[in-house]
Write a protein that binds this ligand. Structure first.
Ligand code: ATP
Length: 303
């Protein structure tokens, strides 16, 4: 359904995308993960035809959308990070307006507005203006506006930022339903439990390049990230933490990045006057896999 090949994009001297390949088939959800500034939003904007790539190709349902950006409008839906609803229009008017922009006829867009409001828990608010919606309601409407025309490729850029648990669950359910109905979906998030809730396949991007891709099970198998955590009787100095290449995960609790670094722990015991009070093996999870691939703390990527 979506084939992205060799896409490059620079903003003056910043190389935001350096030859990205990405393939999403109909009915599947790809979760695009990466630290702040990795290039995720730029990639989505290129696919949606909102910004022009310097090189590469984007084909949606057989249409080269870089060569024919206008034809992308009906095929692709995007809900960017910042909400883009019209505050003076009601929920229904917003949904219908975005349907009209994408070429839906009056009767169809009216029905779609009602269906989407139902799906996203906005039915009671159809007559309310954008200005009178809560942040979570605005975000749901913003997402609804991206999917009103039943796009073949739907891209959601951190759709659950600031959303409460109910909104989060509703959005996740709606996204799964859209995939079940045949849409190809790209979903960016910094919140890894969502990736598991969506049962999405994963693409990790960093510095404008795809570093790894596959199912959670495949990534876990190829990037095993068993780590060791240990506790000390007294906190270590900043210098010791840096020298040993460990990460402080508590006031007296530290993590070695992977099991091979157990030698670091031995050095610590041998060379320094430090009492270790507990040692624990950390089994790999999606977060540790992400850390091992990007080599950085996920916490830095979380807003
Ligand atoms: P985040 O998780 O913070 O949303 P991201 O992965 O979506 O980040 P992008 O917004 O695509 O990252 O940014 C990729 C790189 O391009 C970053 O270095 C960013 O500073 C830069 N960049 C993005 N938009 C512009 C712009 N309009 N002008 C100049 N540089 C930009």
């Amino acid at each position: 359904m979506l084939s992205v090949t060799g896409v490059e994009k620079s903003y003056k001297d910043i190389r935001a995308l350096r030859g990205v390949d990405l393939h999403v088939s109909a009915g599947s959800i790809v979760s695009l993960l990466g630290r702040n500034g990795a290039g995720k939003s730029t990639l989505l904007s290129v696919i949606a035809g909102l910004i022009k790539a310097d090189a590469g190709s984007v084909v949606v349902d057989g249409v080269d959308v870089l060569a024919h950006p206008r034809r992308a409008t009906g095929l692709v839906g995007i809900a960017p990070q910042s909400t883009g609803i019209y505050p003076t229009l009601t929920v229904q008017e917003n949904l219908e307006f975005f349907g009209e922009l994408a070429g839906l006829k009056r009767v169809e867009r009216r029905q779609r507005a009602i269906d989407i409001a139902d799906q996203l828990g906005l039915s009671e608010l159809l007559g309310r203006k954008g200005t009178a919606l809560s942040g979570g309601e605005q975000r749901r409407l913003h997402t609804g506006c991206a999917l009103v025309h039943r796009p073949k490729v739907l891209m959601l850029d951190e759709p659950t930022v600031g959303a409460d648990v109910t909104t989060r669950v509703q959005l996740i359910d709606a996204v799964k339903q859209l995939a079940a109905d045949g849409a190809a979906i790209i979903y960016t998030t910094h919140y890894l439990p969502e990736v598991e809730a969506l049962d999405a396949s994963i693409v990790i991007i960093d510095n404008g390049m795809v570093l790894a891709s596959g199912s959670k099970a495949q990534l876990m198998a190829s990037h095993r990230a068993i780590g060791l955590q240990f506790e000390t009787a007294a906190p270590l100095s900043e210098t010791d933490v840096q020298t040993l290449g460990i990460t402080a995960v508590g006031t007296k609790k530290y993590q070695l990045p992977n099991e091979n670094d157990v030698r670091g722990l031995v050095h610590l015991l041998g060379d320094r006057d430090v009492t270790v009070t507990a040692v624990e093996t950390i089994q790999p999870d999606l977060e540790s896999v992400f850390l091992s691939i990007t080599g950085n703390l996920l916490a830095e990527a979380v807003q």
